[in-house]
Design a protein around this ligand. Structure first.
Ligand SMILES: Nc1ncnc2c1ncn2[C@@H]1O[C@H](COP(=O)(O)OP(=O)(O)OP(=O)(O)O)[C@@H](O)[C@H]1O
Ligand SMILES: [Mg+2]
Length: 557
């Protein structure tokens, strides 16, 4: 089902819409912070101007007010930073939740095309850049811009000439800042790439130690590694140079500007009206000049963060607008149970036509009918489409033509939560989840009781092995807990624990030794009693009784 096209702006707006109160508070705090930061220099100026005319007591109060204004400004700054972090965290959490919800709606074809690496990168790297965007990007940039504008406006209100002078200096500092930051950013990227290369080369080298020795490639590897280290070193040097040059140059420009302002302010005659200021205003202006460059340099960094986050935000927006699966019909699930009593075919495939996107047709008007309780084995050459047929039966892909019905219901509209009771699919390898042994089998389905888990373990012949574990069903399972063969048995236990009517096995006896294979076949035999069984096997002699169906490419039968 095509979903609405999402742009990064829409994604942010939706996330912000979840926290209107917090967003409003944040805007308020930023506005207060900008105004509060402007107050202390103004107060200081007033105190200096009234030094000779005010009483000592009033001066003391003014001094206290000045310190209070400083304290308030710093306090608001801290509150602002804290709120931006919380706001950023909440928004990224919201976007991650939207993405997690999207995962459930994506069709199998999305996972087949994208691969888990790119999905992980969407959730980790791209969302992390978004977090940077929220915490040190957009909002701070707006606040910093407001601070700079505020200072310019105040200085203009004190003296038009000095305001114009400040406006002349700002672009110089801005250009210098951006240049240095770009250089430093590039150096950091180079360094990160070099470190990533080193991280990649090290394990590769250790994994290939034997080959390196055999082909006497030690000196090649050494040169290769040294080149990477040198790249990293040069990049670090470049970045350090930028860091060390920036502050002194900005302080120098600041000193020149302050000196020039004071010089012009002290000019008499016709200049007086243009540049003239009181002693107190001079003090305030010195303070403002000291304040104006910090937000200016931050804006440069923030723009860089925003640029870096732009690509990530677009990728997230694309992910969120990826095409979704058709919606399932909840009510059909109940019919499933009712219709089981009628002798509907377990699987009924009519006129099936299917091709992978950009692929050749694998099924062309293909028909297949399997009655309840039947044991059917699919055989066929590699690439004929056997596993594809399983995926179609599981409803992972939608056929381009025809229909696939399980116990009378179209698999495309079967609700996910009903599928497990209808069919169990035994995979070739056991995919461990993060959980204890019981959870490995039930997959945390609350409808599956411990008793049913034990039953499943009994059927596959693993109950004794599990009883020997110190914590029984509560034991943690790692790849070392069971042998390869036992893991295969666990996949069967997982498939049968929900007592499905139909079992699907895809080549599960591949890569096993004779003894394990025999054990597995016996377990299969027990597990499939009274159920419909559809299995794929190259070795049809393994499943003696039952129907054998040949799957050919472009099947018509
Ligand atoms: N996700 C996919 N996207 C595109 N093409 C695919 C995809 N999966 C499989 N195919 C192609 O579909 C065809 C059928 O593949 P399938 O895995 O169903 O064959 P199979 O009969 O199970 O083969 P085998 O016996 O080797 O397991 C192959 O040509 C394969 O390259
Ligand atoms: Mg296959």
């Amino acid at each position: 089902m095509p979903s609405k096209k999402a742009s990064p702006i829409k994604v942010f707006a939706k996330a912000i819409g979840h926290y209107p109160g917090l967003t409003l508070c944040l805007i308020l705090v930023i506005a207060l912070d900008v105004v509060a930061a402007l107050a202390p220099p103004l107060l200081l100026g007033k105190i200096v101007d009234s030094l000779t005319t005010t009483s000592a007591q009033l001066l003391l109060y003014s001094g206290l007010a000045y310190f209070a204004s400083l304290l308030l400004a710093k306090l608001l700054e801290a509150v602002r930073e804290g709120m931006i972090t919380v706001w950023g965290e909440k928004l990224t959490h919201e976007i991650r939740s939207q993405m997690a919800a999207k995962l459930k709606k994506l069709p199998a074809s999305y996972y087949a095309q994208e691969g888990s690496g790119s999905l992980v990168s969407r959730f980790v790297n791209d969302v992390d850049t978004l977090e940077d965007l929220f915490s040190s990007g957009i909002v701070n940039m707006i606040a910093d811009l407001a601070s700079v504008i505020g200072i310019v406006v105040v200085i203009f209100s004190k003296s038009v000439g000095l305001g114009i002078l400040l406006l002349l200096f700002l672009p110089i500092v801005w250009l210098f800042t951006v240049k240095i930051q770009q250089k430093s950013y590039r150096a950091q990227l180079d360094n990160r790439e070099a470190i990533a290369d080193a991280d990649r080369v090290l394990p590769e080298t250790t994994a290939n130690l034997l080959t390196i020795h055999l082909y006497r490639a030690q000196s090649f590897m050494k040169r290769h590694y040294e080149k990477i280290l040198k790249r990293s070193f040069d990049a670090m040097q470049q970045s350090n140079f930028c860091d060390s040059v920036y502050s002194p140059v900005v302080i120098f420009i600041q000193a020149v500007l302050t000196g020039l302002m004071l010089l012009l302010a002290s000019l008499g005659g016709p200049w007086q009206s243009f540049f003239g200021i009181s002693a107190g205003t001079a003090v305030a202006i010195i303070a403002y000049v000291g304040q104006v460059f910090t937000p200016l340099s931050s804006i440069g960094m923030e723009i860089q963060n925003i640029q870096a986050a732009a690509a990530g935000s677009q990728r997230i927006a694309n992910f969120l607008s990826a095409e979704e699966r058709p919606e399932e019909t909840e009510s059909l699930g109940n019919n499933a149970k009712a219709e089981r009593k009628n002798s509907l075919p377990a699987i009924e495939i009519k006129d099936l036509t299917f091709a992978y996107p950009n692929g050749k047709k694998i099924f062309d008007h293909f028909n297949l009918m399997i009655r309840e309780g039947e044991k059917v084995t699919l055989k066929g050459r590699t690439g004929a489409g056997k596993s594809t047929l399983f995926k179609l039966i599981l409803g992972l892909y939608a056929p381009q033509g025809g229909s696939i019905k399980i116990l009378g219901q179209d698999v495309q509209t079967l609700p996910d939560n009903q599928k497990r009771q209808l069919y169990g699919c035994v995979e070739q390898t056991f995919q461990l989840i993060d959980g204890n042994l019981g959870e490995q089998i039930s997959l945390r389905d609350p409808a599956i009781s411990d008793q049913e888990i034990w039953q499943a373990l009994e059927t596959v012949g693993l109950a004794d092995a599990v009883k020997k574990l110190p914590d029984g069903l509560n034991s943690r399972v790692t790849n070392a807990t069971f042998s390869h063969g036992q893991m295969q048995l666990l996949t069967i236990a997982r498939a049968i624990s929900a007592k499905p009517r139909l079992l699907l096995f895809d080549e599960i006896t591949a890569n096993l030794d004779r003894k394990t294979e025999k054990r597995l076949l016996e377990a299969l035999e027990r597990a499939s009693q009274g159920k419909t069984l559809l299995s794929i096997s190259h070795r049809t002699e393994l499943l003696k009784d039952g129907r054998i169906i040949e799957i050919k490419r472009n099947n018509h039968n």
